[in-house]
Design a protein. Structure first.
Length: 374
């Protein structure tokens, strides 16, 4: 199960540099707008200390982390919703993503051109949000027209009324450059307009792209004005934010042959205990409501991705569809149990090793072994 995240933002804010760091596969990056036209796609591993600890216990032949898919989408500009700067093409790429990673430039550098000739994070965010809102207004108008026509059909009237109520709440927000995700919709209203695929309904994670000096100040707990601007915008948008130094992270990701201790030493130079990318990936993972369960043994330790609330058969199906079809039961314990007791035998002695059936809701951090019959 891939976590599909689209990296968006104005040109020259560091999107392609961020993508290169995330995927460790260099994307085209240049000091001029629209150097990225067709979206690059890269896969990154989800950092998870629990998987590292399981590997140390079981010493498996191979270890496989959960995966995240990132899409590097070309920079949007003012007028993108009307086609400026290949805007319609880029907005269509955004619609295909489950989560938006909104990269925001939070550093001053006269040698790197800013499309608006000034570094103003709040203004940059507003520009992107307005263009996405305008694109959604076009979608809203078409959906509203369909709903109004459906009012005349008796068997569709109730659903049409629900959809119009939802659109009535969303419309004013979009007209003011806001987002559909901030609308107070009931579950029924949200379901009635699910076919709209509003861009601004998608969850957003704002990424403050800093230079090394700015990152050192953040690590030291100091206030950085550009970051404070992003923090305020994220709060108003019901979203989250993280801080990274894209250039540093890309250079670190591109270093081959360095071990964990050397990597920690490089991070320590910026006052960091872990890579900013790790925080970014984990935040994106949880924003989409994704959770992890593990399978562990001498052959393989592996992290598997499910949605929060998935039941045991659904989790089994992530491994193989036959596991879900023929599900009998699941043997389960928490990874915290193995960390505490050290062996599965001791977990059983402590009564922590459980048998769960079809109704069991898988918990984040469960270690599972499935029984099935085909």
């Amino acid at each position: 199960m891939a976590l599909n995240c689209g990296i968006v933002g104005l040109p020259n804010v560091g999107k392609s540099t961020l993508f290169s760091a995330l995927s460790a596969a260099p994307a085209e990056a240049a000091n001029y707008p629209f150097c990225t036209i067709d979206p690059n796609v890269g896969i990154a591993s989800v950092p998870d200390e629990r998987l590292d600890r399981l590997r140390a216990i079981f010493n498996p032949k191979k270890t496989i982390p959960a995966a995240v898919e990132f899409v590097d989408i070309a920079g949007l500009v003012k007028g993108a919703s009307k086609g400026a700067g290949r805007g319609n093409q880029f907005l269509s790429h955004i619609r295909e993503c489950a989560l938006l990673i909104h990269a925001v430039r939070c550093f001053d550098n006269p040698d790197i051109i800013h499309v608006e000739n000034k570094v103003d994070p709040a203004d940059d965010i507003e520009t992107i949000n307005i263009e996405m809102a305008f694109a959604d207004l076009d979608t809203l108008a078409k959906r509203k027209d369909r709903a109004e026509r459906a009012l005349k059909i008796s068997q569709e009237k109730k659903q049409a009324e629900t959809a119009l109520a939802a659109l009535g709440k969303i419309g004013p927000l979009l007209e003011n450059g806001g987002s559909a995700r901030t609308a107070a919709l009931s579950d029924e209203e949200a379901a009635s307009i699910d076919d709209c695929r509003f861009i601004t309904m998608k969850p957003v994670l704002y990424v403050c792209n800093l230079d090394e000096d700015g990152m050192k100040e953040i690590a030291a707990g100091k206030s950085v004005p550009h970051v404070e601007a992003v923090k305020a915008a994220a709060a108003a948008d019901h979203s989250e934010f993280v801080c990274i130094c894209g250039k540093f992270e890309a250079e670190l990701a591109g270093m081959s042959g360095i071990d964990i201790e050397e990597k920690k030493a490089f991070l320590g130079e910026l006052g960091l205990k872990e890579s900013g990318l790790s925080a970014l990936i984990r935040s994106a993972y949880h924003l989409l409501g994704l959770r992890t369960f593990f399978t562990a043994g001498a052959d393989e330790c592996r992290a598997w991705t499910i949605h929060a609330g998935d039941r045991a058969p659904k989790a089994a199906g992530v491994i193989h569809t036959d596991f879900e079809k023929g599900f009998i039961k699941a043997e389960v314990y928490s990874c915290d149990d193995i960390f505490y007791y050290g062996t599965e035998a001791k977990i059983k002695e402590a009564g922590k090793y459980r048998m769960e059936g079809k109704e069991y809701i898988v918990q984040d951090g469960d270690v599972m072994f499935f029984k099935f019959n085909i």
